[in-house]
Structures are given as structure tokens and as C-alpha cells.
Design a protein around this ligand. Structure first.
Ligand code: C5P
Length: 225
């Protein structure tokens, strides 16, 4: 049985990571959350005074890039993102990071650095990676590419429920505004914007359960393995 690479791209809060984790578990593959890496660099910028008034100091962050390492560690069977050795899995999911991450991810030097790390992690195959430019730029030769989308109101509602469960006090309106802003920045930026590449299979999960999505993706994958 050969080990393929699977690229999952799509809009914010489409359930990409849930699906990617499910596929990785079912196939015994590694899951790589590329968005977490952009979020970790954003957290670094916030902590080191490289952001103010909702603006990122882009050139300041560029000169700091060599001081930033992002990697993953396994703790209790969970994939944890680390920033310079510190587990930051929770911090990178907060609204402050979500509000600034698309400004960080449009910086060319940031993208170059993270892309090389993502490619290095996938060189032996057997990886499921989700993000915005995986099928187009990071793993253009991935055997299976999936492009996910869902109705915007449904996406906002799902994220709202997820954050409410974690005890974050945030309104549905704030979440909707953040999703819209990120989708706009992510699809219109110059460096590797989010696009559905021609060889990606479309998965619109507006009316699908998690199980249905997983079964669909595994059907696609098994044809290639
Ligand atoms: O996937 P997630 O929502 O955590 O990604 C956070 C942000 O990171 C995205 O809105 C996007 O700006 C950026 N990103 C990216 N390229 C990727 C993954 C994420 O630009 N491959």
C-alpha cells in the first residue's frame, strides 16, 4: 500500500481540520495544521510588540523571523503547536490572533519560511495537511486535493458553538465579521491566495454530517492508495 499526501484547502471555519484529523486517524497518517503555524507566528508578533491598533508591523516581523521556530509535539495523543518550544495550542485560537493572522499570512517571507517547513514534513508521504494554499503551492503534487466550502451562516454558527463551548464570550456577529474579513484577505492577497485548483475535488458540507464528509473523503482516498 502506498502512502499518498492529501491536501485540504478551503474557507475559514469549514471544518477542514475536523475532516483532516478524521482522515489521518482512519489511514494512520500524520496530520499537519498549517493554519496553526501562521497563528503561532501571529502570536509571536502580538507578544513582542509587533502589532498595534489592529496593524502588524510587517518589516519588524520580517527581521525577527529567524528568531521564530514553530513545530508540533504530541501530548496525550493530541497534536500541540509549539512556538519557540512553548506549547501555545490554546492561545493561538483566541480572537486577538484570529483578527491579525491574515495580515501576517500575506507577508511573503513568512509564507516562504512556513512553506519550506510544511514541505519538509511531507517529503515521505502519508500526510494530511489543511490550509489555504496546500494544493496550489505547498503540495502541488499531492495525490488527493480537496477543496471545502459551506454556507457562510452555517460556518459562523458552527464556530460560534465551538467557541461558546470553550467559554469564550463572543457574539455571532463578531465571528461572522472575522470570517468575512479573513476570507476576503486570504482570497485576494498577492502571495499564494486561496483558490480552488482545477484538480481539487469540491466538498460542500453545508448539509453533510461529519461522518458523511469523512466517508466521502475516504472513498476518494482509497481509489488512490
Ligand atoms: O486554518 P486557520 O483558520 O487556522 O488559518 C488561519 C489563517 O492562516 C488563515 O485565515 C490564513 O490567513 C492563514 N493561512 C494561510 N495559508 C495556509 C493556512 C492558513 O494563509 N496554508
Amino acid at each position: 500500500e502506498r502512502k499518498i499526501n492529501i491536501a485540504i484547502d478551503g474557507y475559514s471555519s469549514c471544518g477542514k481540520s475536523t475532516l483532516a484529523k478524521g482522515i489521518a486517524k482512519a489511514l494512520g497518517y500524520a496530520y499537519i495544521d498549517s493554519g496553526a503555524m501562521y497563528r503561532a507566528v501571529t502570536l509571536y508578533a502580538i507578544r513582542n510588540g509587533l502589532s498595534n491598533n489592529d496593524e502588524i508591523d510587517e518589516s519588524g516581523l520580517e527581521t525577527e523571523l529567524d528568531n521564530i521556530t514553530v513545530d508540533f509535539t504530541n501530548s496525550n495523543g493530541m497534536n500541540m503547536t509549539r512556538l519557540n518550544g512553548e506549547i501555545v495550542e490554546n492561545e493561538i485560537r483566541n480572537m486577538e490572533v484570529s483578527a491579525l493572522v491574515s495580515q501576517v499570512s500575506r507577508i511573503k517571507k513568512v509564507r516562504e519560511k512556513l512553506r519550506l517547513m510544511q514541505q519538509d514534513a511531507s517529503r515521505f508521504g502519508g500526510v494530511v495537511m489543511d490550509g489555504r494554499d496546500i494544493g496550489s503551492a505547498v503540495l502541488p503534487f499531492a495525490e488527493l486535493k480537496i477543496f471545502m466550502t459551506a454556507n457562510k451562516d452555517i460556518r459562523a454558527m458552527r464556530r460560534f458553538e465551538e467557541l461558546a463551548e470553550k467559554g469564550e464570550t463572543i457574539t455571532l456577529e463578531e465571528i461572522r465579521a472575522n470570517l468575512e474579513k479573513r476570507d476576503l484577505l486570504d482570497t485576494t492577497r498577492k502571495e499564494n491566495p486561496l483558490v480552488q485548483v482545477p484538480d481539487a475535488l469540491l466538498l460542500d458540507n453545508t448539509k453533510m454530517t461529519e461522518k458523511e464528509q469523512l466517508n466521502q473523503a475516504l472513498d476518494w482516498a482509497k481509489e488512490l492508495i
